[in-house]
Design a binder for this molecule. Structure first.
Ligand code: IMP
Length: 432
């Protein structure tokens, strides 16, 4: 067996939760390595919907171990809520099922206030963050003034660190017109939450090393998507972590040599929440149709997602920066009923040039006009199909054209929200 990274190949919300859930049946261990409660996975198992923001969705499989790595920024309020929810549904009886790295940084109320204050001040230039305090928490980490999970278990250490941090944080909140936080209130709540989470806090890196030594298959679960990566995304309209596959090693505390395979997840079309360029965006009735049929509203914020055609330039770029050797296309069923389907194959830039690879210049990207290839659509509902050969010929042709354009094999397609509504062509855990 092997170790596999799953990454979003677009701007997040590609349906990774469902794919992770499916791939978990082949894995022993699931690890999150970046992001925080800005992510949101909606999982439908046996008609029951569960939304998780922080805990890996692998937790819904009995017997699997889940880890939240050092690279994640953990909101202890959100984590406690999810732990309570899972315990309430009898999905987590043993605390060992979920381990949170003691080195993971923590999101506290001042991070959220700074995030909200900044967005409110930024007007049209705002990023459109999820408001979960993600950016300010990562800033504190890099500025070496962050609070980590381990600190929540040590009252004296936490008091000292918060005392040192709050003056400046409060000055910043005040300058943004927000309400200051109070040391004793933040401290006592953080300690209370720390106590509740304590049974789950541990050395993820060491435990993962043991799991890997024992030959257990590990699934590294990326959050958000490649185009939201702090280095490789559509900066500054990005999240504050590295979402690409390379960060799986750093954010989990393992070496890159343990990773065998990288699977990118893409919708059969494109969506984005928040601001920033989206070359294939459809602002017409067709975009509205994709939003309605695909239920394209954010799992974390409920915001309507911007929708458009699939963009082969985006996927080729994602294939490159992640080293993708497999692709999963989700929500293929949403395209049913259209007379024709389109894929962007190049962009026309304002300088008259046509490019076939994703431009790194955000100015160019903002004004790029997609050039489409049009393929025949299909009318048949796909939700009950379980075999590749059962798919309508034009659906297969669409998928095969994506494979050709991106240069990566499509190893599975998803035809509905339920776990079993998936057609798997290749198991990424079998390698060699
Ligand atoms: P932040 O991560 O809350 O700072 O938000 C930064 C950008 O990333 C915004 O455009 C968000 O909408 C986007 N974003 C963050 N998390 C997700 C996600 O899970 N899915 C889609 N977009 C996300």
């Amino acid at each position: 067996m092997s170790n596999v990274v799953i990454v979003g190949a677009q701007w997040g919300d590609e349906g990774k939760g469902k794919v992770v859930d499916l791939f978990t049946s082949w894995a022993d261990v699931v690890v999150r390595y970046q992001g925080g409660a800005n992510a949101g996975h909606t999982l439908v198992v046996g008609g029951v919907k569960t939304v998780l923001h922080l805990v890996p969705s692998g937790i819904l499989h009995p017997g699997k171990r889940c880890y939240i790595g050092n690279g994640v920024v953990v909101d202890p309020e959100a984590l406690c809520e999810e732990i309570d929810l899972l315990k309430g549904k009898n999905l987590m009886q043993d605390p060992a099922q979920l381990v949170v790295s003691e080195n993971a940084h923590v999101i506290l109320p001042y991070h959220k206030r700074i995030d909200a204050g900044r967005e409110a001040r930024s007007g049209a230039a705002k990023i459109g963050t999820t408001g979960r305090g993600i950016g300010p928490a990562y800033e504190d980490k890099v500025a070496r003034r962050g609070i980590r999970m381990r600190d929540l278990l040590q009252p004296k250490v936490l008091r000292d660190k918060l005392t040192a941090r709050l003056d400046e944080a409060n000055a910043q909140i005040a300058s943004l017109g927000g309400e200051k936080v109070e040391l004793e209130a933040v401290l006592s709540r953080a300690l209370e939450l720390g106590e509740k989470i304590a049974a789950h806090v541990g050395d993820c890196s060491e435990r993962l090393a043991h799991e890997i030594e024992r030959g257990r298959a590990v699934l590294f679960e990326g959050a958000q998507g490649t185009l939201l990566d702090i280095d490789h995304g559509t900066y500054p309209y990005v999240t504050s972590s590295n979402t690409v596959a390379g960060n799986a090693a750093v954010g989990a505390g393992v070496g890159p040599t343990v990773i065998h395979s990288v699977v990118g997840i893409s919708k059969a079309y494109t969506t984005r929440v928040g601001n920033g360029p989206l070359p294939t965006e459809l602002t017409d009735a067709l975009g509205e149709r994709l939003r309605t049929v695909g239920a394209e509203f954010g799992a974390t914020t409920g915001r309507p997602r911007r929708c458009g055609w699939l963009d082969a330039l985006v996927l080729k770029y994602a294939a490159r920066v992640n080293g993708m050797n497999g692709l999963v296309l989700t929500k293929l069923d949403v395209l049913t009923g259209l007379d024709e389907v389109k894929i962007a194959v190049s962009y026309k830039l304002p300088n008259g040039k046509t490019v076939t690879s994703f431009p790194s210049d955000p100015e160019q990207l903002g004004e790029a006009q997609p050039v489409y290839e049009t393929l025949p659509g299909w009318k048949e509902p796909l939700g009950d199909l379980r075999e590749w050969s059962e798919l309508p010929a034009s659906t297969r042709r669409y998928v095969e054209r994506v494979e050709q354009l991106v240069g990566v094999e499509v190893i599975a397609v998803s035809v509905g929200a339920e776990r079993q509504q998936t057609i798997v062509r290749k198991n990424p855990f079998r390698h060699g």
